[in-house]
Design a binder for this molecule. Structure first.
Ligand code: ACO
Length: 362
């Protein structure tokens, strides 16, 4: 048998799926999701519309955006009813683990497809866990609202401004799908065994949580806090790189140029007008970090990734930093469910090989 990849290289360049869902061009810095560039999608489609598009592409049939919106509203209401059974099992856990327990407890809903039950449950659980950590009771969903607006409302206990809801919506659209990233791959491996979508999405979330993937935005804010002032930018970054540390929010396995999602999120945070982290300061940190990485790693092409402006946007929306990874999962679940459906339809088990380097029996 021919072995095609170097296992030490983390499956770089190995195509693990044939997909109609998304395409990442790392050289051009381009992301296409279900036929549209990410910048266009974030401007013209809301999260429900995007979710309908990826489900439609996965199942090769029409999915109406208005219907998806109704399903998600219905699923949020059903998920809320399950909170009394779920929240006690999460008490005392760090948010990232509490959300894992909640995701694992998502249940089927009579009359709704699994993908709708799952995507609908995510914001309800994320909002309830944020409130639980603040000692507050959960707030019931409003199925008439959009997914993003309802998430902010359930989290805060009051309706968010239109611009805030739009900014979160743009974020959810921007992170909804992204080629064969680690969490999507994990979800597809599970779905390839013909396990159900609930199993696949739980695996996806677990893979998302690490700092090399979706766990980075919280440390991005920690970094900005640690730098604190303009005059410390250069020394802080130079010293971190000299110690061999990674700058959070920079570098990507596929993108060799700036991640196109960074711009979409930067624009969304600009429209919020001066809330949260000082955008001028963040842009200076970004610019210095890009130059410093060029010098420190001249043979690599390390540029800004999605997590840098994710952190700044979610902070501007007053979402606590410990909830950043669960909020990322709220968006990415559209992609995980679509990929799991697409993988199941292939009927093919994902089962790579390995290269044995252990001892052979004598
Ligand atoms: N800061 C400093 N150095 C870096 C960074 C960084 N952010 N990223 C990579 N490098 C260095 C590595 O130390 C390594 O150097 P070496 O060859 O001298 O040992 C070299 O660049 C290549 O690193 P790899 O780990 O091989 O790159 P890979 O493609 O596997 O990593 C990753 C991509 C994990 C995102 C990496 O760039 C990283 O750790 N970034 C920081 C964490 C982060 O921002 N994560 C979010 C990613 S976006 C997302 O998943 C949603």
């Amino acid at each position: 048998m021919t072995i095609h990849s170097n296992p030490a290289a983390g499956l770089d360049g190995v195509a693990a799926a044939v997909t109609a869902l998304s395409h990442v061009d790392g050289e051009k810095g381009e992301l296409i999701v279900a036929g549209m560039r990410i910048g266009e999608l974030a401007q013209n489609t809301d999260f429900e519309g995007l979710t309908a598009r990826v489900w439609a592409a996965a199942m090769a049939r029409e999915v109406d955006a208005a219907e998806a919106r109704r399903w998600l509203g219905q699923a949020r209401v059903a998920a809320f009813q399950r909170l009394p059974a779920i929240l006690p099992a999460t008490a005392g856990l760090p948010m990232i683990d509490a959300f894992r327990v909640a995701v694992a407890a998502i249940a089927p809903i009579d009359g709704l497809a699994s993908e709708a039950a799952i995507v609908g449950a995510m914001p309800v659980f994320a909002a309830a866990l944020v409130r639980q950590a603040e000692g507050k009771a959960p707030v019931a969903p409003d199925p008439a609202l959009g997914h993003a607006a309802d998430l902010l409302r359930m989290m805060r206990g009051e309706e968010a401004g239109v611009e805030e809801a739009k900014a979160l919506d743009a974020y959810l659209v921007t992170v909804a799908d992204h080629g064969m990233n680690a969490s999507t791959f994990a979800a597809r491996v599970v779905a390839s065994t013909q396990a159900n979508l609930f199993m696949a999405v739980t695996a996806g979330y677990c893979a998302l949580t690490g700092p090399l993937h979706g766990g980075a935005p919280e440390p991005v804010l920690d970094m900005l806090d640690a730098i604190a002032t303009q005059d410390r930018i250069a020394s802080w970054i130079d010293e971190a790189l000299a110690r061999g540390e990674r700058l959070m929010g920079f570098g990507h396995r596929i993108y060799k140029v700036r991640d196109p999602r960074a711009d979409v999120l930067k624009r969304a945070v600009e429209r919020l007008g001066g809330r949260g982290t000082d955008l001028g300061f963040a842009a200076e940190v970004e610019a210095y970090a890009r130059r410093a990485l060029e010098v420190a790693k001249p043979d690599r092409r390390l540029d800004t990734n999605v997590e840098f402006y994710t952190a700044i946007l979610l902070d501007a929306l007053k979402i606590p930093r410990r909830a950043f990874t669960p909020i990322f999962a709220v968006g990415r679940t559209a992609g995980w469910t679509a990929h799991a459906l697409e993988q199941q339809r292939t009927g093919r088990l994902l089962r790579p090989s390995s290269i044995y380097t252990g001892a052979m029996p004598g």
